[in-house]
Design a protein. Structure first.
Length: 317
């Protein structure tokens, strides 16, 4: 395929219609954060990710409490959108941020959508995801099928068998494919980075998505942190989702999570090594789901940003 050909726009409806028979879930998602530990009156540049409307989810803002008027930016590589503002820390050295979204998320299977990301970009390495390299040792004694769908299934099963969902110690959570290969453990970023290193090494375009996962049981409660998954491209089926870390936590759903995603989630952004709009002074972001803040052209550590996320299921209109 010509590298200039684009796959699908993040904010453009996909080619096939929404599956109205797919399972769906409607909920309020509260995105609360407070930048802390700043000098009183300090000036901060703040970026927040904006969850998009896609064929998989409908999103609208129910409530917004921000310290300054925000501008919307969109980066060119993946089409992600961001809210950007410049705000001043209060007398306590804090800057509070709060947005409540109403989300309807639909169960997803393989779908033929169009991405603005080029095929070449989705075959290239990311900073923490080399194309092949050390990760290929996991399949050195295995015959990789020529058919991409079958090859992707082999890589899915390989990562499932090699990795354990384990967030103890250090090193996990960076989406470092070689670290995941060596350690055999980690969280969702580590699972799907290892999978991506294998698929891209075999010329299968693969994209990273990140947002938040919800408990399967409906109701209300807190969300501990982000969740991510991946999609690979198949000429016949289109974009095929995988959620290997969830399969690892629920092995009885191993078959389901190769090619399907539950509606118990909301997606915020796609891709790795992101440059924001307007451009941040710091290096490209490994991934973007939490607030990113700079003061005096220096990134604020995430430890200084107190975050609280919550969900409340509602009846769909």
């Amino acid at each position: 395929m010509n590298s200039a050909v684009m796959f699908v726009a993040l904010l453009t409806p996909r080619a096939d219609p929404i599956d109205t028979k797919a399972a769906a879930r409607t909920f309020l998602f509260t995105y609360d954060a407070k930048v802390t530990g700043l000098p009183a009156g300090a000036k901060a540049r703040i970026w927040l990710p904006i969850p998009p409307d896609t064929a998989d989810q409908d999103v609208k803002i129910e409530e917004e409490k921000l310290p300054a008027k925000a501008k919307t930016g969109q980066e060119a590589t993946y089409g992600n959108r961001f809210s950007y503002m410049e705000a001043t820390a209060d007398a306590d050295g804090a800057i509070p941020l709060r947005i409540v979204y109403r989300v309807t998320r639909r169960e997803r299977g393989a779908a033929k959508e169009m991405l603005v990301v080029s095929r070449d970009r989705l075959l290239q390495a990311d900073a923490n995801v080399p194309v092949g390299g050390k990760c290929l040792t996991l399949i050195q004694d295995k015959k990789v099928p020529e058919e991409p769908m079958e090859a992707a299934r082999l890589f899915y099963d390989t990562v499932f068998g090699h990795m354990k969902y384990d967030k103890t110690g250090t090193g996990w959570g960076r989406g470092d494919a070689e670290w995941a290969c060596e350690s055999g453990k980690g969280n969702c970023t580590d699972f799907h980075s290892l999978f991506t290193a294998l698929t891209r090494a075999h010329k299968i375009p693969t994209i990273f998505e990140i947002g938040f996962g919800l408990p399967e049981k409906h109701g209300t409660g807190d969300v501990a942190g982000y969740h991510c998954w991946a999609m690979f491209h198949n000429e016949d089926k289109g974009w095929v989702p995988v959620d290997i870390s969830e399969a690892s936590k629920a092995p009885e759903k191993r078959e389901y999570y190769f090619g399907h995603l539950t509606p118990d989630r909301v997606m915020f952004t796609r891709g790795r090594d992101l440059e924001l709009v307007p451009k941040q002074t710091g290096k490209p972001l490994n991934f973007f789901v939490y607030p990113y803040v700079e003061v005096d052209d220096k990134p604020i550590p995430q430890e200084k940003i107190v975050k609280k996320f919550a969900y409340q299921d509602v009846t769909a209109k």
